[in-house]
Design a protein. Structure first.
Length: 81
């Protein structure tokens, strides 16, 4: 990484979370040269399905700490890949 890029990264990391997220999103979007409409439609359908599950009371929410704990106790399945 160039010095200019490292300086830019240092400045960006000092920003509040929301601004860093906005910058990250825009940078990722700038790398995507074409939109796959099938993927966009699939994500829209998945989002609608999840919202419906929440509205129907079918979704179970977990805290970030609970999720991290579950993930850290999962068997490592990378050996079989």
């Amino acid at each position: 990484m160039t010095t200019k890029a490292e300086d830019l990264l240092r400045l960006a990391l000092a920003l509040p979370d929301g601004e860093r997220a906005e910058i990250a999103g825009r940078l990722i979007e700038s790398l995507e040269s074409e939109v796959d409409e099938g993927v966009e439609a699939a994500w829209s359908a998945e989002i609608a399905r999840r919202i419906a599950a929440i509205d129907a009371g079918e979704a179970r929410f977990v805290t970030w700490d609970e999720l991290k704990n579950r993930l850290s106790h999962r068997p490592d399945d990378s050996a079989g890949s």
